[in-house]
Design a protein around this ligand. Sequence first.
Ligand SMILES: Cc1cc2nc3c(=O)[nH]c(=O)nc-3n(C[C@H](O)[C@H](O)[C@H](O)COP(=O)(O)OP(=O)(O)OC[C@H]3O[C@@H](n4cnc5c(N)ncnc54)[C@H](O)[C@@H]3O)c2cc1C
Length: 178
Amino acid sequence: MGLHAIPTTSAFWDDAPLATDRLIGAEGQGLQIAFSALDSGRLGVAACATGLAQAALDAATAYPHERTTFGRRIIDHQGLGFLLADMAAAVDSARATYVDAARRRDHGRPYTRQASVAKLTATDAAMKVTTDAVQVFGGYGYTRDFPVERYMREAKIMQIFEGTNQIQRLIISRQLAH
Ligand SMILES: Cc1cc2nc3c(=O)[nH]c(=O)nc-3n(C[C@H](O)[C@H](O)[C@H](O)COP(=O)(O)OP(=O)(O)OC[C@H]3O[C@@H](n4cnc5c(N)ncnc54)[C@H](O)[C@@H]3O)c2cc1C
């Protein structure tokens, strides 16, 4: 569907020998170390998703200045203006959540919950904002003449990888239950 610039495949390491001097951390701690790496990975996905949503918002804000219907620029139709306002609110909210998590990380504070909130918020925002951007372009949005259809396709994977957004909710609820 998207991410055409990178190949996607499965990798297996069954019965692969590993020298003890190649261990990072103590034996038996591997899963914990892998999980902690996911926290910062989620921050990266949240930042990418916010950038993607911002690009869709930029495109969707520029186009209605040019396109006219019923004798007016479409940006002057309140129904479309409110859609753009919701898109801007979603982008700004996404940015705020990942910056909050990133600041915690930079200060050495726990940020597992904030990283999951950022990943969930930013990727759901990216999915909605890119879909709405296609709507703003009308029929042209569905074609490959404009970049917004690709933005929409790229957004979907972000809700899935680095832990699906259902799993982010699981992490957040477990953190709240601590
Ligand atoms: C393009 C692409 C790139 C990828 N890159 C990487 C990579 O670099 N490294 C890597 O390790 N993996 C990568 N993946 C794998 C990706 O992380 C997994 O696809 C993702 O974690 C979901 O796992 P799954 O596909 O097995 O779905 P499943 O686990 O089968 O989930 C199916 C559905 O059930 C839901 N679900 C599952 N368990 C629960 C639960 N407990 N509670 C509620 N809902 C649940 C899921 O949210 C999802 O909606 C990539 C996948 C793709 C498509």
